[in-house]
Ligand binder design. Structure first.
Ligand code: HEC
Ligand code: HEC
Length: 878
């Protein structure tokens, strides 16, 4: 037996290390014991109400449930979230749920919460903060009050007495405290201030909206009637750099960041120094990657939290972006033989903080992929669909009166139970998870929230994709009945979007290695947006782009070129991510084995040799070569896929909503910033509906996209400068006056006419590391010909910026380090940002950038700047 993790991060910073820690895997299945001080339970309080928000809640007497109804894709794709009340009889056999009223449209919402009086409830949505009454009894709930709430509300929690409500605004970077009596604002706690002061975002950064991204909220409860002696904990969703990291080698890419938890007392509301959650190396041999490097990961996407027994439990996604990715292929058979890299992408994890010392208990924190892998191995669970990882934890709660933590794993369609002992040692026992998707007649898919009864061993789970509620029997650890909750099922275009969303979020079936929920599109694109991580990919270090700008919101068929180097032109090109990053079979398949197997694949990316059973397309169709859409059932290829999931994912990506702009920015700064944006010719590259000039100007087909420079229509097409296009901005033009529209040849193919070289390759300010290598961590990355101008949606939730996360903040992006970018199309006789007080001008420009979303009128690209056209690609081709 040996140490499972090498604890780095905080331990390293403290100069400590733990090379010879005592054995930690116990025969009963528990892991990682450590000491912990006693404390109070606040998962469900002594008063019997759950103080933290969820997508579902139950009254303490089990008489009624209130939940959010998610209708992804409804209303022409915009989606619809409502609130529904059901009365319950959980002791009947089978238990029953009866509809008792609903409010169908409250705008996008993530959580609601029922107060200790069991009759009042609160929901934070895009519309505002709602107070509902009439939750108990048989009557429909009534909307009693409504007030403003910060942009993109996420987590919420009630003080033990129910007098105060805390709501986190993911976009504003604040937590607003409401008096529940009249929903008046007691105060607004600005976490942007805390993060700016921490120094983690670099020097000289002034607080402003959308620096911090508070998400899950939890409050202690010491059982007395006084709220003033309690503490509020708020997770920061995104990882932050570790200042002054002592590691010079490539391990840094896996462990150079940390998680952050904010905290403040109810009485003073003074935010204390943030609590750090540490990154760590994983010495378990299962997770050693194909280059025999020990992998590591850092806490990110801190999505849920719970307080129990004097500890704060934080769930999230531990990201492991260092290369390599992809399988090791047997050179003789073409079969995948080394698959460990599929297990070193993301790890669901629970970090544990001692609420007395307010420090992490690193030995109690656990990477759940590792814990379950060890458990499954020890119990000889077959290495197939019988194993599953708790991917994408959206909610978690301790069952009242127990030490059992229930996790809602949206990416695995399952509820996982972890039993903790007094030392916060975790134990996973069979059955390892409750499989909602197996429940008949109506499977539960994409679970979002859980509510557990305080009186019976029953729990309710709201499922986002299947639009139903699963009732669980916690004694039997199984689904009891699957309640029909009367929500209209999705049909037509709504169904395509709803199903595309499921394909995007799930790691089951064809979507990750052995269908075991190792990772999914959502793992890097939370809510279809960005995880803020720079991944090492076959093209180079690549920050995850938010996908809200992938398609025009008004003309669904208008899309930008994809990838930082314009190396993809169809959503289905990301089949290669499913296959090579997540290890899934994918959805371009000639057969439908159950479960899916790699032999089902249609291969199209130049594979050689071709594994037995697989079928080869007649041409290369990856990236901008050929057309993967042509291989779909709706396409024209002879060899065609038998499943149309990629059409569904495309339908979903067409409607990914750009987040709301911060509600706390200065509108006069926004107005002044727009003038600067236009005046500094930013519109020469960031214009039109998606705020980029990048626009696919052709319909992909095998003939058009043939990589052969003698045959391919695109490869034979050329472009040229109109007017004196500035030298250096499009390097292919400097080499020859009429370069081809795309790079000739299938390898490293890019759309050359859209690339703009803006002085960012390998460039970073002091304190930020950028390494221009591909996923082998050695070969130089692509990018010297420039980058595909990104969309400017959701800048408030996608730091750090540029292809490799070169700039921690927008402030840093507009320093002289990146002057070649901000003054790429200079205003005659002026250096960016023109004359005046630079700090003020940058503040105004940033306010404008943060305000960009699909509610705003886009700017058109100018015909002429300084006597040249900023556009190089044709508008339509051929
Ligand atoms: C490991 C993290 C990760 C996973 C998993 C992932 N992506 Fe991405 N995605 C990225 C990164 C990084 C890029 C940028 C790639 C580049 O520049 O070449 C990207 C780019 C994209 C783009 C292009 C966006 C643009 O505007 O340039 C689309 C579309 C996309 N991903 C869709 C998907 C889909 C669909 C899946 C699931 C099959 C998926 N991604 C899985 C990280 C990920
Ligand atoms: C010549 C074209 C060009 C001009 C002019 C230009 N940009 Fe950019 N911009 C780019 C490219 C290309 C990138 C991506 C570079 C990279 O990733 O290394 C980029 C990146 C950005 C980003 C980061 C986006 C992200 O998601 O990381 C922002 C913000 C931005 N630009 C704003 C501006 C503003 C504001 C101006 C005017 C002051 C401006 N740009 C002028 C081409 C341009």
């Amino acid at each position: 037996m040996r140490l499972l993790w090498t604890v780095l991060g905080s331990a390293l910073l403290a100069g400590a290390c733990c090379p010879d820690c005592p054995p930690v895997l116990h025969p009963d299945g528990s892991i990682n014991g450590t000491d912990a001080s006693a404390g109070q339970d606040a998962g469900v309080s002594a008063r019997g109400f759950r103080a933290t928000g969820s997508a579902i809640a139950m009254t303490a007497d089990d008489s009624a449930a209130l939940f959010l109804t998610f209708r992804t894709g409804a209303q022409q794709g915009r989606g619809q979230t409502g609130v529904a009340k059901y009365t319950l009889n959980l002791t009947a056999s089978p238990p029953t749920m009866t509809a008792a009223g609903s409010i169908d449209d409250i705008g996008d919402a993530h959580q609601l919460i029922i107060g200790p009086d069991n009759d009042t409830a609160y929901a934070a949505s895009a519309m505002g903060l709602l107070k509902l009454t009439g939750i108990s009894g048989p009557n429909p709930p009534r909307m009693a009050l409504m007030t403003d709430v910060g942009a993109e509300p996420r987590g919420m929690a009630l003080s033990p007495s129910g007098a105060l409500l805390y709501v986190a605004s993911w976009m504003d970077g604040t937590v607003t405290v409401y008096n529940t009596s009249d929903l008046s604002t007691k105060s607004t706690i600005d976490l942007n201030r805390t993060l700016a002061a921490s120094g983690l975002l670099g020097p000289n950064i002034s607080p402003r909206p959308a620096l911090a991204h508070p998400y899950a909220v939890a409050i202690t409860d010491n059982g007395d009637s006084n709220d003033n002696d309690e503490t509020v904990y708020v997770t920061e969703f995104f990882s932050q750099m570790i200042a002054g990291v002592p590691i010079a080698d490539d391990r840094w890419w896996d462990i150079g960041r940390q998680g952050i938890v904010y905290r403040f007392d109810v009485a003073t509301e003074t935010v204390k120094a943030p609590i750090s959650l540490s990154a760590r190396m994983i010495s378990d041999p299962t997770f050693v990657d194909s280059e025999t490097f020990t992998t590591g990961c850092f806490p990110n996407q801190l999505s849920a939290s719970a307080i129990h027994d004097g500890k704060l439990f934080v769930a999230g996604t531990c990201a492991s972006p260092r290369g390599p990715i992809g399988p090791v292929i047997d050179p003789m058979s073409g079969q995948e033989q080394g698959t460990s890299n599929f297990k070193t992408v993301v790890h669901p994890a629970i970090w544990i903080v001692d609420t007395a010392s307010n420090t992490e208990l690193p030995l109690a924190s656990a990477l759940l992929s590792e814990s379950y892998q060890q458990r499954f191995d020890a119990d000889q669970v077959p290495d197939d669909q019988h194993r599953r990882m708790p991917l994408d934890i959206r909610d978690m709660i301790f069952a009242p009166g127990t030490n059992d933590l229930y996790l809602v794993a949206r990416g695995a369609d399952a509820i996982f139970r972890i039993s903790y002992d007094a030392n916060a040692s975790a134990k996973m026992a069979s059955p390892y998870f409750i499989d909602l998707a197996q429940a008949m007649p109506r499977p539960g898919t994409l679970p979002r929230g859980i509510a557990i009864s305080t009186r019976s061993k029953r729990a309710l789970v709201i499922n986002e994709h299947s639009r139903n509620v699963s009732i669980l029997d916690l004694d039997a650890q199984s689904v009891l009945v699957d309640a029909e909750i009367g929500l209209p099922g999705a049909v037509g275009p709504e169904q395509r979007i709803n199903d595309g969303h499921r394909d995007f979020v799930t790691g089951l079936g064809r979507w990750s290695y052995l269908g075991q929920a190792w990772s999914a599109c959502e793992s890097c694109h939370p809510e279809g947006l960005s995880d803020g991580v720079t991944w090492f990919l076959p093209t180079g270090p690549r920050q995850t782009p938010a996908l809200d700008g992938a398609f025009s919101k008004n003309q669904m068929n208008t899309l930008k070129f994809f990838g930082w180097t314009a190396d993809a032109d169809e959503v289905s090109d990301y089949e290669m991510f499913t296959r090579r990053i997540s290890g899934g079979v994918g959805a371009i398949v000639h057969g439908m084995s159950s479960p899916p197997i790699n032999d089902d694949r249609i291969v199209f990316a130049g594979e050689n040799p071709i594994a037995s059973g697989q079928v080869q397309a007649s041409e290369r169709d990856d990236g901008i070569n050929g057309s993967t859409a042509n291989l779909l059932p709706s396409g024209g290829s002879r060899v065609k896929s038998v499943v149309d999931d990629w059409d569904f994912i495309t339908a979903y990506l067409q409607v990914v909503r750009p987040p709301r702009s911060p509600s706390n920015i200065s509108m006069s700064d926004v107005a002044a910033g727009l003038v600067l944006f236009v005046g500094n010719n930013c519109v020469g590259c960031h214009a039109a509906e998606e705020w980029t000039i990048s626009r696919r100007f052709y319909t992909p087909s095998p003939m058009l996209n043939d990589p052969d420079p003698m045959h391919g229509v695109l490869a034979m097409g050329t472009y040229m400068a109109r007017g004196l296009f500035p030298a250096g901005i499009n390097p292919p033009l400097d080499r020859t006056p009429m370069p081809p529209l795309r790079t000739p040849g299938a390898q490293d193919a890019m759309i050359e006419c859209i690339l703009r070289s803006v002085g960012t390759y390998g460039v970073a300010p002091i304190g930020v590391r950028v390494k221009e290598v591909r996923d082998d961590m050695q070969t130089a990355s692509l990018g010297t010909d420039g980058y595909n101008p990104p969309s400017l949606f959701s800048l408030g939730v996608s730091a750090p910026y540029l292809h490799a996360g070169n700039a921690r903040t927008l402030e840093e992006l507009f320093t002289d380090t990146f002057a070649a970018h901000s003054a790429a199309f200079p205003v005659m006789g002026q250096m960016f940002p023109g004359s005046g007080d630079r700090a003020t001008l940058v503040r105004q420009l940033i306010a404008f950038l943060l305000s960009i979303n699909d509610q705003m009128m886009p700017e058109n690209p100018p015909q002429q700047i300084n006597g040249f056209s900023p556009l190089l690609c044709p508008l339509q081709f051929p």
